[in-house]
Ligand binder design. Structure first.
Ligand SMILES: Nc1ncnc2c1ncn2[C@@H]1O[C@H](COP(=O)(O)OP(=O)(O)OP(=O)(O)O)[C@@H](O)[C@H]1O
Ligand SMILES: [Mg+2]
Length: 258
């Protein structure tokens, strides 16, 4: 897939040029696997994830989910599922758990909203919210509270719980641990791994933290200026990197020597 953004200029803001943020990238995310996308800031990681759910339009290329083509966040050319939305199957979790939750809504409102919007009954949505709070290890009393009453790590757990309400098959995790303390990071990574095992979720895990990536990934995609420069099993790419850029990324990881 290729994603281009218009570059505007002049007084009238006319389109002067196009900037290619994702340049001919292809990849497969296997069911129940964690694929990490790594690379420096601005290399196109978030754009790649956004294009999967229709938040960044493809200039060329195609996306298939479970063998069915999607465009602009919807399934196309499918007799049974025409126009079905990708967000029923693919959910995104973002870096900042503070801005991702509406401060004026209770946890119950936040969690039940995705199901209520899909015409579920309140009791069904409520039951599912309780089930997911259990899964992310947050007590059910949380339902009556507001986001500001939780720590950063707890809020990220709430974001993850909300993303799971619609029973997605794929989670797109964009720097989900970057805003968190190291000890809390480990808990969130453990949670994601447990969810992958228990629910068979596939996870596209975006990060610039090679240590985090090493701990979690099955496969790794290394991006550089919108292109893939290296890919493969995490054990190969992170242990015996072939490309100079990957080597430099790994060298930038601090190590502890005794
Ligand atoms: N909506 C947009 N309009 C124009 N340019 C954009 C838009 N979104 C992203 N870009 C540009 O595309 C490039 C890739 O951005 P992207 O957010 O995908 O990078 P990233 O790899 O996620 O970086 P980071 O690690 O900092 O999050 C950047 O140069 C960015 O400025
Ligand atoms: Mg990003």
């Amino acid at each position: 897939m290729t994603v281009r953004f218009p570059v505007r200029g002049g007084v009238l803001g006319k389109v002067k040029d196009y900037f290619t943020a994702v340049d001919g990238v292809s990849f497969t995310l296997e069911q129940g696997k964690i694929l990490s996308v790594v690379g420096e800031s601005g290399c196109g990681k978030s754009t790649l994830a956004k294009s999967l759910v229709g938040l960044a339009p493809l200039a060329s290329g195609s996306i298939k989910l479970f063998g069915r083509e999607v465009q602009g966040g919807r399934f196309v050319h499918d007799a049974h599922e025409k126009g079905a939305r990708v967000c029923d199957m693919v959910q995104m979790v973002f870096q900042d758990p503070y801005s991702s939750l509406n401060p004026r809504q209770t946890v119950e409102e936040i969690l039940t909203a995705p199901l209520m919007a899909r015409k579920a009954s309140f009791s069904e949505a409520h039951a599912r919210a309780c089930e997911l709070l259990d899964r992310v290890s947050i007590p059910r009393e949380a339902l009556a509270k507001f986001p500001h009453e939780f720590s950063g790590g707890q809020r990220q757990r709430l974001c993850i719980a909300r993303s799971l309400m619609v029973r997605p098959k794929i989670l797109l995790c964009d720097e989900v641990t970057s805003a968190l303390d190291v000890s809390v990071q480990a808990q969130i990574l453990h949670l994601l791994n447990t969810l992958r095992c228990d629910l068979g979720l596939s996870i596209l895990f975006i990060s610039h933290d090679m240590q985090v990536v090493r701990a979690l990934s099955d496969d790794v995609l290394v991006m550089y200026f919108g292109r893939v420069v290296e890919r493969g099993a995490a054990n190969d790419v992170l242990v015996k990197p072939q490309h100079d850029y990957t080597k430099r990324l790994l060298e930038s990881v601090p190590t502890v020597r005794r």
